[in-house]
Design a protein around this ligand. Sequence first.
Ligand SMILES: Cc1cc2nc3c(=O)[nH]c(=O)nc-3n(C[C@H](O)[C@H](O)[C@H](O)COP(=O)(O)OP(=O)(O)OC[C@H]3O[C@@H](n4cnc5c(N)ncnc54)[C@H](O)[C@@H]3O)c2cc1C
Length: 421
Amino acid sequence: MDTYRELNVEFPKEIASIQQSVHRFAKDVVRPAAAQLDRLTDPRDVIALDSPLRKVFKQAYQLGYHVAGLPTESGGMGLRGLGMHVLIEELSWGAVDVALSLLCASFPFTAAAATGNPELYEKFTKPFIADREGAIIGCWAITEPQHGSDELVPGTPQFHNPRVSGQVTARADGDSFIISGQKAAWVSNGTLATHAALYLTTRPGAGMAGGGIAIVPLNLPGVSKGKPLNKLGQRALNQGEIFFDDVRIPRSWMLTAADGYELELERTLTFANTAMAAAFTGVARAAYEEALEYSKQRVQGGRAICEHQLVQKHLFEMFAKVEASRALSRAAMIYNQTSATPSLEHAIAAKTFCTEISFQVASDALQIFGGNGLSREYGIEKLFRDARASLIEDGTTDVLSLAGARQILSQNGVSFPAAAN
Ligand SMILES: Cc1cc2nc3c(=O)[nH]c(=O)nc-3n(C[C@H](O)[C@H](O)[C@H](O)COP(=O)(O)OP(=O)(O)OC[C@H]3O[C@@H](n4cnc5c(N)ncnc54)[C@H](O)[C@@H]3O)c2cc1C
């Protein structure tokens, strides 16, 4: 980073200082831990209490990175826009899997704070802010075994199809809701989380639009978890199913009911997509920097490979892609976190573009490493696997593009039927 040029001539000093500290943490703590975690063959070891992941969490919580987005008055770092982008890009430059695990951890607690309900803030957000051990961990539980893409297309006709309805339901019972059903094996942090931001169905006849968002402590009677998922890439970001068997929560823990659900989901996706764009800008930058460094060391034909013109061309194209990715993801983050009317289509454009760029740059970097790029001795094949997963994670590129297209078309006078099929 020391030699990485900052194009923003008005880059604020206080953000530059945060960038330096987060970069140091990413380099000295996150990256070495992620390399260790990536080599663990049994995903149960990733989430074990003595795992390197837990140590990173503890250190990150002590530095306050878990509450980066919460206001300073309440003990958070108060990062928004550019500051938030810098934090996510630098952590993900270190290792995107660990970075995303840390980001997911705050999900239920920022959602509880956003309601403005002091009871929820005291019960859920305050203890999370005060945590210096990394013991309170959240997750975003939205997808289900039978509904992956279905969950992520608000605003489309299929989202309102009454024949397509969620598997985790909440029914009202006096002052409580009773929750039943199963979330997908893909819930990040699902295996280690203490709390979930649970996106569920409250009005089955309304299709996926008949949802709701509850905050649910995962030690309640009736909650159980599946085994840790074993997957390609992002191995430090562990996933697992969560089962709900008649789990009773007070009504006030339902943060959003069916009427506001679609709008709230759009807000969630606007932040999630923008954050993913920042994260995978960090991955692309890491891959580019690794390739640049390697090309100076590796000698072929009697000279460093960076002296060969084709390698130079590849390096330059990678550099241009990283810059384009950073420009779009920063613009989307700054706009979406400071405007009164955040833009889902810009968030989706940023996520789909930046994840695709990270995959291309990681692939080109691997090529520059030659055979060593495929070896587990070098970090490049991990970056390649991590980037590949991003094209599916939090919505596939195709499906998110459908939701984005719907946004721009409806803003340009095209109307859609209420429900397809
Ligand atoms: C690393 C990772 C982390 C994740 N983290 C979380 C998490 O924290 N919480 C959580 O709840 N979930 C999480 N997920 C789940 C993720 O959101 C889903 O995997 C994703 O939305 C795709 O759903 P699916 O896997 O069920 O695929 P499917 O929805 O079954 O899609 C299969 C294929 O069909 C295509 N397709 C589907 N519908 C359409 C359509 N209408 N038109 C055209 N093509 C279509 C898709 O593009 C895809 O190619 C994570 C996934 C990954 C890989």
